[in-house]
Design a protein around this ligand. Structure first.
Ligand code: 3PG
Ligand code: CO
Length: 555
């Protein structure tokens, strides 16, 4: 008896335009010099916070509240937007992979059987992010995969590493490579020909997203598949150390390198008959390489040589494109998202961000599904991001342009929901540049103002929130919350996300005067936002959604 029709909300009217604003990487933390949101001039967000206490609330944006394995896991945009859009908490990739590895089921699944066919004659290549960040991948999962693959017949293994420094501290790449080298030498002691074959920094090699810059993927392809790179080393630890010091690149931006043997030959190009696994579980930064590895027709760059391989993703990365077609672990089945419900109930929807976050308010919001539900009712606008720069150079990014598009969409009267992501706090926060992050936060705040002003003009409603923390804390802290100093007595800049809660603020002239945040929702989190938004559109949420954050008192 399933029905897409949402019941009417008993008290809240329909027809008010609703702006849903997601400030990326905007958490709530104590005020100090490393809290860029506090340092920045942010009058709009400040006024929401200082306004009516029943219209501003903090919710959980990390750990189990967003389907991650534990509450030690910081939030991230994938799980955050999934929760915001889907209104329920799904066990996410990180956890699904943990479970499949712990039970060993991963090695009995269709995906593994498929790649295993190549183990007799071919090499197994593992490509992915090497860190314990837990946002895109995890080192311990790679280790279990290496052991399991060898136990299941892989005789020759090549690992193509991408160094992190974005979900973990910069400089930690060296330690991760040392650990991996140690693991691989243990495999070699067991007679398995296993070693690192290539590498590069995640932001410069392979892990681009939303087709911002195909050159990034090409650099990876050249190193991983063709065995060609500007830098050659015989040893990966030496490669990372040398490139960090000689090219002054940080972990995120390490140039590509290949590992060569005594005769200067790459030790692990990908060739016909090989198997390839991309071991990241998170989708956005794997979609492009998956296309390059899987598609026969491909025109994004010249692949030069296209090996006939058996390729599997750790997960399937795009449910709509069914990409890749083989995968080791089934992704969370995020169905019946709020976006789909609302569109099917007549809500005309506009979504916008700039390229680097565009998929967050579309693809992630809609449960890792690309495309429209109903083209006649939806418009998704992508503003091209600056490419080839680190965002501390242009910390305002496209916040103003996004806000202008949102404003125009609101004023046009053509949409019931206008949804945006403002990337600044996150993208600039990841660079670790504190001054630039302060500028970024101010720009995001100004964008919020423009959107709220438009909502004011049309008598609409706003809900302003964030997907996880980042800019509110830029320093690594010890257990008592003080900056933790390194061996040299210096603070360590935190480029990653945080465990902090995020705000949810509601308001606007269209908001029924009796609406206020409830106090009886147990551990409110991002997944409670979807039901809230449905209410603001005049609907009750489906019964299995996490409860709404609001109630309506008679006034
Ligand atoms: C990234 O992919 O840029 C980071 O690992 C996570 O950032 P996001 O979750 O905010 O996209
Ligand atoms: Co981020």
């Amino acid at each position: 008896d399933f029905s897409w029709t949402l019941p009417d909300h008993p008290k809240l009217p329909k027809g008010k335009p609703v702006a849903v604003v997601v400030l990326d990487g905007w958490g709530e933390a104590d005020a100090d010099q490393y809290n860029c949101i506090h340092v920045a001039e942010t009058p709009t967000m400040d006024s929401l916070k200082k306004g009516a206490p029943e219209k501003w609330k903090l919710v959980k944006a990390h750990g189990t509240a967003v389907g991650l394995p534990s509450d030690d896991d910081m939030g991230n945009s994938e799980v955050g937007h999934n929760a915001l859009g889907a209104g329920r908490i799904f066990a996410q990739g990180a956890k699904l992979v943990d479970t499949a590895l712990a039970s060993g089921k991963i090695f009995e699944g269709e995906g593994f059987k498929y790649i295993k066919e190549s183990f007799d004659q071919g090499t197994l290549h593992l490509i992915g992010l090497l860190s314990d960040g837990g946002v895109h991948s995890r080192l311990d999962q790679l280790q279990l995969l290496l052991n399991g693959a060898s136990a299941n017949g892989a005789k020759k293994i090549r690992v193509h590493i991408l160094t992190d420094g974005r979900d973990v501290l910069d400089g930690t790449s060296v330690g991760f490579v040392e650990t991996l080298e140690n693991d691989l030498s243990q495999l070699r002691a067991k007679g398995i020909d296993a070693c690192i074959a290539s590498g590069g920094g995640r932001m410069y090699v392979t892990m681009d997203r939303y087709e911002n810059d195909w050159d990034v993927v090409k650099r990876g392809w050249d190193a991983q598949v063709l065995g060609e790179a500007p830098h050659k080393f015989q040893n990966a630890v030496e490669a990372v150390k040398t490139l960090r010091s000689e090219t002054k690149a940080n972990d995120q931006y390490l140039p590509p390198f290949v590992i060569v043997d005594d005769s200067d030959k790459a030790v692990g190009p990908i060739v016909d008959g090989d198997a390839v696994v991309t071991f990241n579980f998170r989708a956005d930064r794997m979609v492009m390489i998956a296309k390059a590895l899987e598609y026969e027709d491909f025109d994004k760059f010249d692949r030069v040589r296209v090996p006939k391989i058996r390729y599997a993703g750790m997960l399937q990365y795009d449910g709509e494109l069914k990409l890749p077609s083989h995968y080791l672990v089934s992704p969370p089945e995020i169905e019946r998202t709020s976006g789909e419900y609302l569109v099917k109930n007549g809500i005309r929807t506009f979504a916008c961000s700039e390229t680097v976050k565009f998929g967050h308010v579309t693809f992630f919001w809609n449960g890792n599904r690309s495309g429209y539900f109903d083209e006649t009712k939806e418009e998704y606008v992508e503003i091209p991001s600056d490419s080839g720069i680190t965002f501390n150079v242009k910390p305002k990014m496209k916040a103003l342009e996004i806000a202008e598009k949102a404003r125009d969409a609101i004023l046009s009267g053509k949409f019931d929901q206008v949804r945006v992501n403002l990337p600044n706090g996150d993208m600039v926060g990841h660079t670790g540049d504190i001054e630039a992050t302060v500028v970024a936060c101010k720009a995001a705040d100004e964008a919020v103002k423009m959107i709220l002003d438009a909502i004011e003009q049309v008598g609409g409603i706003y809900l302003v929130t964030a997907d996880h923390g980042n800019a509110e804390d830029m320093v690594k802290r010890n257990k008592s919350g003080q900056p933790q100093l390194d061996k040299k007595g210096e603070i360590q800049i935190l480029t990653s996300h945080t465990l902090q809660p995020v705000p949810v603020a509601i308001g606007g002239p269209g908001l029924h005067s009796g609406v206020r945040f409830r106090n009886d929702v147990q551990t409110p989190g991002l997944a409670n936002v979807a039901a809230t938004v449905m209410n603001l559109h005049g609907f009750e949420a489906p019964a299995d959604y996490e409860p709404t954050l609001i109630e309506v008192v008679d006034k």
